[in-house]
Write a protein that binds this ligand. Structure first.
Ligand SMILES: [Zn+2]
Length: 426
Protein backbone atom coordinates (compact mmCIF):
# COMPACT_ATOMS: atom_id res chain seq x y z
CA UNK A 1 0.00 0.00 0.00
CA UNK A 2 1.22 3.48 -0.84
CA UNK A 3 -0.34 6.58 0.70
CA UNK A 4 0.33 10.22 -0.10
CA UNK A 5 -1.36 13.11 1.65
CA UNK A 6 -2.27 16.69 0.92
CA UNK A 7 -2.92 18.25 4.29
CA UNK A 8 -4.65 21.62 4.54
CA UNK A 9 -4.44 23.63 7.72
CA UNK A 10 -5.52 27.21 8.43
CA UNK A 11 -2.61 29.52 9.21
CA UNK A 12 -2.96 31.28 12.58
CA UNK A 13 -3.36 34.86 11.34
CA UNK A 14 -5.62 37.59 12.65
CA UNK A 15 -6.70 38.73 9.18
CA UNK A 16 -7.29 37.05 5.84
CA UNK A 17 -4.62 36.23 3.25
CA UNK A 18 -5.13 39.11 0.80
CA UNK A 19 -7.25 41.68 2.65
CA UNK A 20 -7.61 43.05 6.17
CA UNK A 21 -10.91 41.29 6.98
CA UNK A 22 -10.93 39.36 10.24
CA UNK A 23 -10.04 35.67 9.97
CA UNK A 24 -12.35 34.57 12.76
CA UNK A 25 -15.72 36.26 12.33
CA UNK A 26 -18.69 34.26 13.59
CA UNK A 27 -21.87 35.83 12.08
CA UNK A 28 -22.04 34.77 8.38
CA UNK A 29 -20.90 37.32 5.78
CA UNK A 30 -19.75 39.95 8.29
CA UNK A 31 -15.99 39.84 7.49
CA UNK A 32 -16.13 40.63 3.77
CA UNK A 33 -14.77 43.24 1.36
CA UNK A 34 -14.40 43.68 -2.41
CA UNK A 35 -11.11 41.68 -2.33
CA UNK A 36 -12.39 38.52 -0.64
CA UNK A 37 -15.69 38.76 -2.55
CA UNK A 38 -13.65 38.75 -5.75
CA UNK A 39 -15.06 41.99 -7.20
CA UNK A 40 -13.59 43.00 -10.57
CA UNK A 41 -10.83 45.56 -10.15
CA UNK A 42 -10.06 44.67 -6.50
CA UNK A 43 -6.39 44.03 -5.82
CA UNK A 44 -5.07 41.46 -3.34
CA UNK A 45 -2.31 42.40 -0.86
CA UNK A 46 -0.31 39.61 0.75
CA UNK A 47 -0.62 39.26 4.53
CA UNK A 48 3.00 38.94 5.64
CA UNK A 49 2.00 37.17 8.84
CA UNK A 50 0.73 34.28 6.67
CA UNK A 51 3.98 34.16 4.71
CA UNK A 52 6.07 34.10 7.90
CA UNK A 53 3.92 31.41 9.43
CA UNK A 54 4.16 29.22 6.32
CA UNK A 55 7.94 29.73 6.21
CA UNK A 56 8.15 28.49 9.81
CA UNK A 57 6.21 25.37 8.87
CA UNK A 58 8.31 24.71 5.75
CA UNK A 59 11.47 25.15 7.81
CA UNK A 60 10.25 22.80 10.56
CA UNK A 61 9.53 20.19 7.86
CA UNK A 62 13.16 20.43 6.67
CA UNK A 63 12.12 21.98 3.34
CA UNK A 64 14.37 24.01 1.10
CA UNK A 65 12.95 27.54 1.25
CA UNK A 66 12.31 29.13 -2.13
CA UNK A 67 14.32 32.33 -2.39
CA UNK A 68 11.58 33.80 -4.56
CA UNK A 69 8.04 32.76 -3.83
CA UNK A 70 5.05 33.71 -5.99
CA UNK A 71 1.41 32.96 -6.62
CA UNK A 72 -0.70 31.44 -9.40
CA UNK A 73 -4.33 31.53 -10.37
CA UNK A 74 -5.94 28.10 -10.45
CA UNK A 75 -8.84 28.68 -12.80
CA UNK A 76 -12.11 26.86 -12.32
CA UNK A 77 -15.75 27.75 -11.87
CA UNK A 78 -17.63 26.99 -8.68
CA UNK A 79 -20.21 28.99 -6.69
CA UNK A 80 -17.86 29.37 -3.71
CA UNK A 81 -15.34 31.17 -5.94
CA UNK A 82 -16.97 34.16 -7.70
CA UNK A 83 -13.75 35.42 -9.32
CA UNK A 84 -13.45 32.00 -11.02
CA UNK A 85 -9.93 31.35 -9.82
CA UNK A 86 -8.27 30.47 -6.55
CA UNK A 87 -4.97 32.15 -5.71
CA UNK A 88 -2.53 29.38 -4.86
CA UNK A 89 1.05 28.26 -5.43
CA UNK A 90 2.81 25.46 -7.27
CA UNK A 91 6.45 25.56 -8.38
CA UNK A 92 7.08 28.94 -6.76
CA UNK A 93 5.76 27.68 -3.44
CA UNK A 94 7.25 28.52 -0.05
CA UNK A 95 9.08 25.23 0.62
CA UNK A 96 10.25 22.23 -1.42
CA UNK A 97 11.70 18.80 -0.74
CA UNK A 98 11.50 18.28 3.03
CA UNK A 99 10.73 15.32 5.22
CA UNK A 100 9.17 14.10 8.47
CA UNK A 101 11.31 11.59 10.34
CA UNK A 102 9.40 8.57 11.65
CA UNK A 103 10.83 5.86 13.90
CA UNK A 104 12.06 3.73 11.00
CA UNK A 105 11.79 5.88 7.90
CA UNK A 106 11.48 9.32 6.40
CA UNK A 107 8.25 10.48 4.80
CA UNK A 108 9.29 12.94 2.13
CA UNK A 109 7.49 16.28 1.84
CA UNK A 110 7.10 17.36 -1.79
CA UNK A 111 6.10 20.94 -1.09
CA UNK A 112 4.63 23.44 1.35
CA UNK A 113 2.45 26.14 -0.14
CA UNK A 114 0.04 28.92 0.71
CA UNK A 115 -3.42 29.25 -0.79
CA UNK A 116 -6.72 30.95 -0.08
CA UNK A 117 -9.77 29.12 1.14
CA UNK A 118 -12.92 29.55 -0.97
CA UNK A 119 -16.25 30.57 0.59
CA UNK A 120 -18.27 28.06 2.57
CA UNK A 121 -21.27 26.40 0.95
CA UNK A 122 -24.11 25.45 3.26
CA UNK A 123 -26.43 23.02 1.48
CA UNK A 124 -30.12 23.07 2.34
CA UNK A 125 -32.87 20.90 0.79
CA UNK A 126 -33.32 22.68 -2.51
CA UNK A 127 -30.99 25.65 -2.25
CA UNK A 128 -27.50 26.63 -1.09
CA UNK A 129 -26.24 29.38 1.19
CA UNK A 130 -22.83 30.98 0.87
CA UNK A 131 -20.72 32.34 3.71
CA UNK A 132 -17.88 34.53 2.49
CA UNK A 133 -16.28 34.85 5.93
CA UNK A 134 -14.20 31.84 4.91
CA UNK A 135 -13.29 33.26 1.50
CA UNK A 136 -9.63 34.29 1.62
CA UNK A 137 -8.72 32.55 4.88
CA UNK A 138 -5.03 31.63 4.58
CA UNK A 139 -4.41 27.91 4.21
CA UNK A 140 -1.17 26.05 4.28
CA UNK A 141 -0.99 22.95 2.14
CA UNK A 142 1.53 20.23 2.88
CA UNK A 143 1.99 17.67 0.12
CA UNK A 144 3.81 14.41 0.87
CA UNK A 145 5.35 11.88 -1.49
CA UNK A 146 3.50 8.51 -1.44
CA UNK A 147 5.88 7.12 1.20
CA UNK A 148 3.40 5.95 3.83
CA UNK A 149 2.92 2.19 3.56
CA UNK A 150 0.57 1.10 6.34
CA UNK A 151 -2.11 2.34 8.69
CA UNK A 152 0.44 2.33 11.55
CA UNK A 153 2.79 4.54 9.56
CA UNK A 154 -0.09 6.86 8.73
CA UNK A 155 -0.90 7.19 12.43
CA UNK A 156 2.74 7.80 13.28
CA UNK A 157 3.11 10.36 10.49
CA UNK A 158 -0.02 12.29 11.45
CA UNK A 159 1.05 12.32 15.10
CA UNK A 160 4.54 13.60 14.22
CA UNK A 161 3.16 16.19 11.81
CA UNK A 162 0.63 17.34 14.37
CA UNK A 163 3.35 17.84 16.96
CA UNK A 164 5.65 19.71 14.55
CA UNK A 165 2.80 21.99 13.49
CA UNK A 166 1.70 22.49 17.09
CA UNK A 167 5.16 23.83 17.92
CA UNK A 168 5.06 25.97 14.76
CA UNK A 169 1.85 27.57 16.08
CA UNK A 170 -0.83 25.54 14.25
CA UNK A 171 -3.14 23.10 15.98
CA UNK A 172 -4.44 20.57 13.44
CA UNK A 173 -6.33 18.69 16.08
CA UNK A 174 -8.96 21.43 15.86
CA UNK A 175 -9.36 21.47 12.11
CA UNK A 176 -7.51 19.54 9.45
CA UNK A 177 -8.62 18.72 5.96
CA UNK A 178 -6.75 16.20 3.88
CA UNK A 179 -6.85 14.68 0.43
CA UNK A 180 -5.67 11.11 0.56
CA UNK A 181 -4.04 9.29 -2.34
CA UNK A 182 -4.03 5.58 -1.83
CA UNK A 183 -3.00 2.75 -4.13
CA UNK A 184 -2.66 -0.97 -3.56
CA UNK A 185 -2.30 -1.76 -7.24
CA UNK A 186 -0.97 0.40 -10.03
CA UNK A 187 -3.75 3.02 -10.18
CA UNK A 188 -4.13 5.58 -7.47
CA UNK A 189 -7.42 6.58 -5.96
CA UNK A 190 -7.85 10.03 -4.47
CA UNK A 191 -10.19 10.63 -1.54
CA UNK A 192 -11.01 14.31 -1.27
CA UNK A 193 -11.74 16.50 1.73
CA UNK A 194 -11.41 14.12 4.63
CA UNK A 195 -11.86 16.17 7.82
CA UNK A 196 -10.11 15.29 11.06
CA UNK A 197 -7.52 12.72 12.07
CA UNK A 198 -9.97 9.96 13.01
CA UNK A 199 -11.78 10.14 9.67
CA UNK A 200 -8.46 10.05 7.85
CA UNK A 201 -7.54 6.76 9.53
CA UNK A 202 -11.04 5.30 9.01
CA UNK A 203 -11.09 6.31 5.33
CA UNK A 204 -7.70 4.68 4.79
CA UNK A 205 -8.80 1.46 6.46
CA UNK A 206 -11.99 1.27 4.38
CA UNK A 207 -10.29 2.12 1.11
CA UNK A 208 -7.37 -0.31 1.55
CA UNK A 209 -9.87 -3.08 2.31
CA UNK A 210 -11.97 -2.17 -0.74
CA UNK A 211 -8.94 -2.16 -3.04
CA UNK A 212 -7.49 -5.38 -1.65
CA UNK A 213 -10.83 -7.15 -2.15
CA UNK A 214 -10.96 -5.99 -5.77
CA UNK A 215 -7.43 -7.23 -6.31
CA UNK A 216 -8.11 -10.60 -4.69
CA UNK A 217 -11.00 -11.08 -7.15
CA UNK A 218 -8.71 -10.17 -10.04
CA UNK A 219 -10.65 -6.99 -10.68
CA UNK A 220 -9.09 -3.72 -11.79
CA UNK A 221 -8.87 -0.69 -9.53
CA UNK A 222 -10.09 2.36 -11.43
CA UNK A 223 -8.16 5.60 -11.23
CA UNK A 224 -10.76 7.89 -9.71
CA UNK A 225 -11.72 10.46 -7.10
CA UNK A 226 -13.87 9.27 -4.23
CA UNK A 227 -15.32 10.96 -1.21
CA UNK A 228 -15.51 9.68 2.34
CA UNK A 229 -18.67 9.62 4.40
CA UNK A 230 -18.09 9.55 8.14
CA UNK A 231 -21.67 8.37 8.66
CA UNK A 232 -21.38 5.17 6.63
CA UNK A 233 -17.58 4.99 7.20
CA UNK A 234 -17.10 4.22 3.51
CA UNK A 235 -15.93 5.90 0.31
CA UNK A 236 -18.01 6.47 -2.81
CA UNK A 237 -17.02 7.41 -6.34
CA UNK A 238 -17.35 11.13 -7.08
CA UNK A 239 -16.41 13.41 -9.96
CA UNK A 240 -13.47 12.69 -12.24
CA UNK A 241 -10.49 14.70 -11.13
CA UNK A 242 -9.33 17.59 -13.27
CA UNK A 243 -5.74 17.51 -14.44
CA UNK A 244 -3.31 20.37 -13.85
CA UNK A 245 -3.71 21.32 -17.55
CA UNK A 246 -7.46 21.66 -17.15
CA UNK A 247 -7.03 24.09 -14.27
CA UNK A 248 -5.27 26.47 -16.64
CA UNK A 249 -2.75 27.82 -14.15
CA UNK A 250 -1.54 31.34 -14.91
CA UNK A 251 0.69 33.68 -12.92
CA UNK A 252 -1.13 36.05 -10.57
CA UNK A 253 -0.22 39.47 -11.98
CA UNK A 254 -1.67 41.41 -9.04
CA UNK A 255 0.84 40.01 -6.55
CA UNK A 256 4.60 40.48 -6.50
CA UNK A 257 7.37 37.91 -6.38
CA UNK A 258 8.36 37.82 -2.70
CA UNK A 259 11.97 37.51 -1.69
CA UNK A 260 12.26 35.37 1.44
CA UNK A 261 15.97 35.99 2.06
CA UNK A 262 15.75 38.48 4.89
CA UNK A 263 12.83 36.83 6.70
CA UNK A 264 13.89 35.13 9.91
CA UNK A 265 12.32 31.79 10.80
CA UNK A 266 11.65 30.26 14.21
CA UNK A 267 13.93 27.50 15.42
CA UNK A 268 11.82 24.38 14.86
CA UNK A 269 10.96 22.21 17.85
CA UNK A 270 10.94 18.56 16.79
CA UNK A 271 9.84 16.84 19.96
CA UNK A 272 10.81 13.34 18.82
CA UNK A 273 14.40 14.51 18.32
CA UNK A 274 14.45 16.38 21.63
CA UNK A 275 13.07 13.33 23.49
CA UNK A 276 15.57 11.05 21.77
CA UNK A 277 18.43 13.35 22.79
CA UNK A 278 17.37 13.46 26.46
CA UNK A 279 16.61 9.73 26.53
CA UNK A 280 20.16 8.93 25.37
CA UNK A 281 21.88 11.55 27.52
CA UNK A 282 20.04 10.83 30.76
CA UNK A 283 19.01 7.17 30.27
CA UNK A 284 15.24 7.70 30.33
CA UNK A 285 12.38 6.31 28.29
CA UNK A 286 12.00 8.14 25.00
CA UNK A 287 8.33 7.16 24.80
CA UNK A 288 7.57 8.60 28.25
CA UNK A 289 9.34 11.86 27.38
CA UNK A 290 7.54 12.11 24.03
CA UNK A 291 4.17 11.51 25.63
CA UNK A 292 4.80 14.28 28.17
CA UNK A 293 5.75 17.00 25.71
CA UNK A 294 4.45 16.02 22.24
CA UNK A 295 1.61 18.58 22.38
CA UNK A 296 2.51 20.62 25.44
CA UNK A 297 4.81 23.65 25.22
CA UNK A 298 4.60 24.32 28.96
CA UNK A 299 5.80 20.83 29.79
CA UNK A 300 8.63 21.07 27.27
CA UNK A 301 9.75 24.31 28.91
CA UNK A 302 9.75 22.67 32.35
CA UNK A 303 11.54 19.58 31.03
CA UNK A 304 14.30 21.68 29.47
CA UNK A 305 14.64 23.68 32.69
CA UNK A 306 14.43 20.64 34.95
CA UNK A 307 16.96 18.30 33.33
CA UNK A 308 19.71 20.85 33.94
CA UNK A 309 19.00 20.82 37.67
CA UNK A 310 17.71 17.47 38.76
CA UNK A 311 17.57 13.76 38.06
CA UNK A 312 15.42 13.14 35.00
CA UNK A 313 13.24 10.65 36.91
CA UNK A 314 12.19 13.39 39.34
CA UNK A 315 11.59 15.83 36.49
CA UNK A 316 9.32 13.34 34.71
CA UNK A 317 7.41 12.59 37.93
CA UNK A 318 7.04 16.32 38.65
CA UNK A 319 5.69 17.13 35.16
CA UNK A 320 3.33 14.13 35.28
CA UNK A 321 2.10 15.33 38.67
CA UNK A 322 1.48 18.84 37.31
CA UNK A 323 -0.48 17.37 34.40
CA UNK A 324 -2.54 15.18 36.73
CA UNK A 325 -3.39 18.06 39.01
CA UNK A 326 -4.23 20.34 36.08
CA UNK A 327 -1.53 22.89 36.87
CA UNK A 328 -0.77 25.18 33.95
CA UNK A 329 1.24 28.10 35.24
CA UNK A 330 4.28 26.84 37.12
CA UNK A 331 7.18 29.27 36.69
CA UNK A 332 10.69 27.91 36.17
CA UNK A 333 11.75 29.12 39.64
CA UNK A 334 8.85 27.45 41.40
CA UNK A 335 9.36 24.30 39.35
CA UNK A 336 12.97 24.30 40.60
CA UNK A 337 11.63 24.47 44.18
CA UNK A 338 9.19 21.68 43.43
CA UNK A 339 12.09 19.49 42.27
CA UNK A 340 13.99 20.30 45.48
CA UNK A 341 11.04 19.19 47.61
CA UNK A 342 10.61 16.02 45.60
CA UNK A 343 14.31 15.22 45.75
CA UNK A 344 14.09 15.50 49.55
CA UNK A 345 11.36 12.85 49.43
CA UNK A 346 8.51 15.27 50.09
CA UNK A 347 5.13 14.39 48.59
CA UNK A 348 3.17 17.19 47.00
CA UNK A 349 -0.55 17.25 46.23
CA UNK A 350 -2.97 19.54 44.42
CA UNK A 351 -3.14 22.00 47.35
CA UNK A 352 0.59 22.26 47.93
CA UNK A 353 1.22 22.67 44.19
CA UNK A 354 -1.28 25.52 44.07
CA UNK A 355 0.41 27.12 47.07
CA UNK A 356 3.77 26.74 45.35
CA UNK A 357 2.45 28.34 42.16
CA UNK A 358 1.26 31.32 44.21
CA UNK A 359 4.51 31.57 46.18
CA UNK A 360 2.81 30.69 49.49
CA UNK A 361 5.89 28.95 50.85
CA UNK A 362 4.70 28.43 54.41
CA UNK A 363 1.65 26.51 53.21
CA UNK A 364 3.82 24.32 51.00
CA UNK A 365 6.07 23.44 53.93
CA UNK A 366 3.04 22.70 56.09
CA UNK A 367 1.17 20.67 53.46
CA UNK A 368 3.97 18.62 52.01
CA UNK A 369 4.48 15.24 53.63
CA UNK A 370 7.74 13.38 53.53
CA UNK A 371 7.78 9.86 52.15
CA UNK A 372 9.37 8.70 55.44
CA UNK A 373 6.34 9.98 57.30
CA UNK A 374 4.04 7.93 55.09
CA UNK A 375 6.22 4.84 55.53
CA UNK A 376 6.18 5.37 59.29
CA UNK A 377 2.40 5.73 59.35
CA UNK A 378 1.99 2.54 57.33
CA UNK A 379 4.35 0.63 59.63
CA UNK A 380 2.49 1.86 62.72
CA UNK A 381 -0.86 0.93 61.30
CA UNK A 382 0.35 -2.57 60.41
CA UNK A 383 1.65 -3.17 63.96
CA UNK A 384 -1.45 -1.68 65.60
CA UNK A 385 -3.97 -3.55 63.47
CA UNK A 386 -2.80 -7.18 63.02
CA UNK A 387 -6.47 -8.04 62.42
CA UNK A 388 -6.43 -6.05 59.15
CA UNK A 389 -3.21 -7.66 57.98
CA UNK A 390 -4.65 -11.08 58.73
CA UNK A 391 -7.82 -10.24 56.82
CA UNK A 392 -5.82 -8.91 53.87
CA UNK A 393 -4.26 -12.37 53.42
CA UNK A 394 -7.68 -13.90 52.70
CA UNK A 395 -9.56 -10.84 51.44
CA UNK A 396 -7.70 -8.47 49.04
CA UNK A 397 -10.38 -5.79 49.59
CA UNK A 398 -8.84 -5.12 52.99
CA UNK A 399 -5.85 -3.67 51.17
CA UNK A 400 -7.90 -0.74 49.85
CA UNK A 401 -9.36 -0.28 53.30
CA UNK A 402 -5.88 0.16 54.79
CA UNK A 403 -4.96 2.59 51.98
CA UNK A 404 -8.13 4.53 52.81
CA UNK A 405 -7.09 4.90 56.46
CA UNK A 406 -3.75 6.42 55.42
CA UNK A 407 -5.38 8.71 52.87
CA UNK A 408 -7.72 10.04 55.53
CA UNK A 409 -4.70 11.36 57.40
CA UNK A 410 -2.54 12.44 54.45
CA UNK A 411 -3.71 14.08 51.23
CA UNK A 412 -1.27 12.29 48.92
CA UNK A 413 -1.55 10.18 45.80
CA UNK A 414 -3.47 6.88 46.36
CA UNK A 415 -1.15 5.23 43.87
CA UNK A 416 1.87 6.13 45.97
CA UNK A 417 0.32 4.86 49.20
CA UNK A 418 -0.70 1.59 47.48
CA UNK A 419 2.86 1.06 46.30
CA UNK A 420 4.35 1.74 49.73
CA UNK A 421 1.79 -0.47 51.47
CA UNK A 422 2.37 -3.36 49.03
CA UNK A 423 6.09 -3.00 49.76
CA UNK A 424 5.51 -3.02 53.53
CA UNK A 425 3.24 -6.06 53.40
CA UNK A 426 5.66 -8.13 51.33
ZN1 LIG B 1 -11.87 40.91 2.73
Amino acid sequence: MRIGLEVHVALPTKSKLFCSCSADAQEPNTAICPICLGFPGSKPMLNEEALHSSLNIANALHCKINKNTYFLRKVYFYPDLPKSYQITQLDGCVGLGGYVQLEKKKVRIRRVQIEEDPAKIIREDDYCLLDFNRSGIPLNEIVTEPDIESEEELREFVNELRSILYYAGVDIDKEMKADLNISLGTERVEIKNVTGIKNLIDATRYESKRQSELLSHNQNIKKETRSYSAESMSTVSSREKETDEEYGFIYEPDLAVYNTDGIGVLKPQIVSDIAKGYAEKYAASKETLKELVMFDKESLRLLEYGVERSKIGTVISAISLLKRTGSTSMSNDNFGKMLEYMNKGMLLNEDTIKALEQNRKVEVEKGAVSSEEIDKAIKELISQRPDLVKEYKTNPKAFNFIVGIILKRYKVSPKYVSERLAEALR
